[in-house]
Design a protein around this ligand. Structure first.
Ligand code: FO1
Length: 327
């Protein structure tokens, strides 16, 4: 390969944004001041929802805000220093969801997005327009332009929007399965399969394997694009020391019958050589004993520090993932 590598990352919200920050700074450390043309992020849109008349894209916004440096890093969603005046007023009207907070600055994003969608722009075009506001250093693509919001089906058949299950019930209601109605007819957003085909490295972020990476892989054509990519596909385990780093991915994994372990998630994704999507799998030092099991799946295990607790660790992980892909 000559010149800077072209990298595609599949990503969800919080884990996804930290990882993308790491990959961006690893590319910058290689002298690529503006990696926009070299770093494409395919973002999960299964978390999206309509609320109070506006379209919310939590994972898209988490990644955009993080790359722009305006995210609320502590909370993991929304804008730093946001206020909640409009949200209070919505509550007085009995509008929206009392358990779901829309910050004032964040609402500006949702209003702008909704206005452009109403004018006829596609989600891809809206995101492209939104990406110009800040120097993101990456091209963001939604996984699809279709609305395929994740639905959680409980054991008694009750159907809840993913966000209600996640934020109101904090994933305490046992799910039977997750669905993305309409996803079978969805197309990858323009540019997604093309970016994967042209990539020198494809990376799967340490995001929720079930409700973040799962929907991306379920968009018809994405799995096939990964399988036929000439670039190595390298995943990063979202499980460290047998536990989820953050969030409630363990509940999601249990619901689909997958153990919360680095090897089980590798097995869920599968080896590219055996009909899956992975060539290599970065596992934490704490999970080093799982390396043999991962290798047994036909996936190259690489034991690396996976904690992304500060900028230098994030950069090191981004660099480790690129190196694992041979770029
Ligand atoms: N998460 C919460 O736990 N409570 C909230 O009130 C909340 C509001 C919210 C508003 C906009 C947005 O983009 C995200 C928001 N999130 C909130 C985060 C979100 O529900 C999830 O953490 C992600 O979708 C999971 O990746």
């Amino acid at each position: 390969m000559t010149g800077a590598p072209r990298v595609v990352v599949l990503a969800g919200g919080v884990g996804g944004s930290k990882f993308v920050l790491g990959v961006r700074s690893a590319l910058r450390a290689r002298g690529l001041d503006d990696p926009t043309a070299h770093l494409t992020v395919v973002v999960n849109t299964g978390d999206d929802l309509w609320l109070s008349g506006v379209r919310l894209q939590p994972d898209v916004d988490s990644i955009t805000y993080a790359l722009a440096g305006v995210n609320d890093a502590e909370r993991g969603w929304g804008r730093a220093g946001d206020t909640e005046r409009v949200n209070g007023e919505l509550g007085e009207w009995g509008a929206g969801w009392p358990w779901f907070t829309l910050g004032d600055l964040d609402l500006g994003t949702h209003l702008a997005r909704t206005g452009w969608l109403r004018e006829g722009l596609t989600p891809t075009q809206v995101l492209e327009r939104m990406s110009h506001r800040w120097r993101l250093g990456a091209r963001l693509l939604p996984m699809t332009d279709a609305e395929v919001d994740t639905v959680v089906v409980l054991r008694d058949g009750t159907r809840l929007h993913f966000q209600e299950w996640w934020t109101r019930h904090r994933a305490t209601l046992a799910p039977a399965r997750f669905e993305n109605p309409g996803i079978g007819d969805a197309l990858p957003a323009p540019g997604v399969t093309e970016a994967i085909a042209a990539a020198d490295a494809v990376l799967i972020a340490p995001s929720n394997p079930v409700v973040s990476i799962g929907p991306i892989l379920a968009v018809p054509g994405v799995r096939e694009a990964l399988r036929s990519a000439s670039a190595p596909v390298v995943g990063v385990s979202p499980i460290i020391g047998g536990k989820v780093v953050r969030g409630m991915a363990d509940v999601c994994l249990t619901a689909i019958g997958v153990e919360t372990s680095a090897a089980a998630v590798a097995s869920l994704y599968g080896a590219r050589a055996a009909g899956g999507v992975l060539d290599a799998w970065l596992i934490a030092e704490e999970d080093a004993p799982a390396a043999a099991e991962v290798a047994g799946l036909g996936i190259r295990p690489l034991v690396r520090p996976l904690w992304m607790t500060d900028a230098s660790r994030r950069t090191a992980l981004g660099e480790a993932a690129l190196a694992a892909a041979g770029v």
